[in-house]
Design a protein around this ligand. Structure first.
Ligand code: DOR
Ligand code: ZN
Ligand code: ZN
Length: 392
């Protein structure tokens, strides 16, 4: 029995886009610290991206990763499988054991990249059509072209056009092949128009936005400098407003939690890695958006719980339904506080949202019915998080 007077009760949030760096870069994050940050942020399920070291691009690497993180997790978790030019049959053969495929059309942190038509087409036709392929839609050719022009600002080398070119290609191939496509981190007005247009033609496309792009713009990037560097980059105010205007058409909110250490970020701009942490701050920021009237809390829950369950086929997860895992978050809706680096449990120890006032504090989090987090304390032991089962 959960006593919850004067509390807001929400289902545990699902972050369908995190980079927990395990195995491979434990100085940035490991599966314990990443899932701990998730738990403190009211996130009880995470789907981890494949750009680890080694990348999650073969059955052997998937099995190795699963074994490696099993004793560390404090929330439930699943994995993406990373597409390469050559792992087409192998990807299809492990599809039932992963949440989705991730296909990088433009390069980012790590080595995963597929740019040519032929392997993209073969992945699109060979991976089960109902299982999503999540695309990182940035076009490698235009990144090279603009980068090759000697621009100093790395983010200028990632123009909005690059995202639109890649997305148009992905949509055209999805239309041709009849497969499901999930567009990771949409950031621009034009991408949302392309998605709407594709849907009107019957293309099976879902899309994600990140809190980074919902709550920040290129002005924040100038303020944060390297710490605000991310792929795709923070966009204009107009683009950010378009994300809110098209909110009805957005299926999931995923954080793209991509921690890097202060030391790594403090290098010269062109060498500083891209990405920002976010798994602990998503729910707090969305509570703010709800209390300021920007969005209804029900609409947030749809994008952070209901839709990810449906899109990724998360068998045992639900929205406080009988027969599903009792993943529950209790919130004191009136408690106000200010986000600060020293509250962050991610190993990187910083947040781009430091200084942001939040209304609504996460008090308790239950994972499968067990009180796992209570007022700043993690009560569960490493390994209490379990691997997700899939219904498709
Ligand atoms: O900025 C980013 N960081 N974009 C990505 O696509 C990858 C991520 C990371 O893993 O660091
Ligand atoms: Zn990406
Ligand atoms: Zn990502």
């Amino acid at each position: 029995v959960v006593e919850a007077s004067e509390r807001l009760v929400l289902p545990g949030f699902i972050d369908s886009h995190v980079h927990f760096r395990d195995p491979g870069a434990p100085q940035k994050e490991d599966f314990f610290t990443g899932t701990l940050a998730a738990l403190a942020g009211g996130v009880t399920t995470v789907l981890d991206m494949p750009n680890t070291q080694p990348p999650t691009d073969s059955r052997a690497h998937l099995v190795q990763k699963a074994a490696h993180v099993a004793t560390k997790a404090v929330v439930d978790y699943g994995f993406y499988f990373g597409a390469t030019d050559t792992n087409i049959e192998e990807a299809a053969s492990v599809a039932g054991e992963v949440a989705a495929m991730k296909l990088y059309m433009g390069s980012s942190t790590g080595t995963l990249l597929v740019t040519e038509f032929s392997p993209i087409y073969r992945h699109f036709t060979t991976f089960p059509l109902d299982k999503p392929i999540a695309v990182h839609a940035e076009d490698e050719q235009s990144l090279k072209y603009f980068g090759g022009m000697g621009l100093q600002d790395h983010n200028q080398a990632r123009p909005p056009l690059s995202a639109q070119i890649a997305l148009s290609r992905a949509i055209a191939i999805a239309e041709k092949t009849g497969r499901r496509l999930h567009v990771a981190h949409t950031t621009t007005w034009r991408e949302l128009e392309l998605i709407q247009e594709a849907r009107s033609k019957g293309v099976r496309v879902t899309c994600e936005v990140t809190p980074l792009h919902l709550f920040m713009t290129e002005e924040d990037q100038h303020r944060l400098r390297n710490f605000g560097k991310v792929n795709p980059p923070l966009r204009s105010r107009d683009d950010r407003e378009a994300l809110w205007r098209y909110f009805d058409d957005i299926d999931t909110i995923g954080t793209d939690h991509a921690p890097h250490t202060r030391e790594e970020k403090d290098q010269p701009y062109s060498q500083a890695p891209s990405g920002m942490p976010g798994v602990q701050t998503m729910l707090p920021l969305l509570l703010n958006a709800a209390s300021s009237g920007r969005v209804k809390l029900e609409e947030v829950v749809k994008r952070c719980v209901t839709n990810p369950i449906q899109i990724f086929g998360l068998k045992d997860k639900g929205t406080l339904e009988i027969g599903k895992d009792a993943d529950i978050v209790l919130i004191d809706p009136n408690h106000e506080y200010v986000l600060a680096d020293d509250q962050m449990l991610s190993k990187c120890g910083w947040t781009p949202f430091a200084g942001t006032k939040i209304k609504g504090q996460i008090q308790q989090v239950y994972l499968r019915g067990n009180l796992a987090y209570n007022q700043g304390n993690c009560l569960s032991t490493a390994g209490s998080g379990k691997a997700i089962r899939y219904s498709k």
